[in-house]
Design a protein around this ligand. Sequence first.
Ligand code: ADP
Ligand code: MG
Length: 292
Amino acid sequence: MTALAPGVALRQGFSADALAGAAKPAAAAGALAVTSQALLQVDGVSLEYRTSERVVRATHRVSFDLHAADRFVLLGPSGCGKSTLLKAIGGFMPPVEGEIRLAGERVEAPGPDRIAVFQEFDQLPPWKTVKQNIVFPLVASRALDRKQASERAMHYLDKVGLTPFADAYPHQLSGGMKQRVAIARALAMQPRVLLMDEPFAALDALTRRKMQEELLELWDEVRFTLLFVTHSIEEALVVGNRIALLSPHPGRMRAEINSHEFHLASLGSAAFQAAAQRIHRLLFEEEGHATP
Ligand code: ADP
Ligand code: MG
């Protein structure tokens, strides 16, 4: 595992990491024409909440690049601005500094090319069946007609193993099943980037592990581009191929870690534990002491 340059060095797509990314071959094909440009560029982004009394800076000059088929993880303690970054990438919050670009275009509004899955089990309208939950955004966004939407919904329901539950209502499902529906619904939109904000954090430990495994299997099949937020070091190592470490409030890039070598099967191995400890040090040691 090699630590790459800290955030300050990750600029304009000319960093060593971006160059390495540009050389990524097959995985990128299909999702994006072969190009040296990153799919998603977060470039010096500062985000703030402003009320009449005060300004809360949530992130400070955060930079990273996502390439097609990346499983990129934002890892940092609670309150470091991870959700706020996803909000901004989703187009719901403009940066006060810096820029976010998707395929070279500045992100200024929400769009079906960026779909998010959240932690909460209540993200599915309860009056719609599982299938209707997936069909609805496909039709509403005018991506597909009803018949096509229905076929696509069943395709992704099959991918998450929920075909028998197509006509069930969300309240009839377990938390894990609801999250599977939310994932199927998001993937059915075929976004350019799938955003996941601690999607498994409310699940019990065993279900969480199972969901991580399934997510990785899905990625193997579909090769979507994933931006995954977590505060769990272990989850970051398992899910991600690259991990951005964010310092506590306001979130700044501490380092970027290459984690493609770790899988669920590496849990508990000496290399895995050493990586986890190193990340812990990078996250929590004072700046200047956090030597890679
Ligand atoms: P994380 O997802 O990493 O836990 P958040 O992005 O939710 O962190 O929050 C980052 C910072 O912004 C925190 O200090 C939080 O208190 C603050 N914050 C989040 N949402 C709001 C809001 N709506 N108004 C004001 N401050 C907020
Ligand atoms: Mg959050």
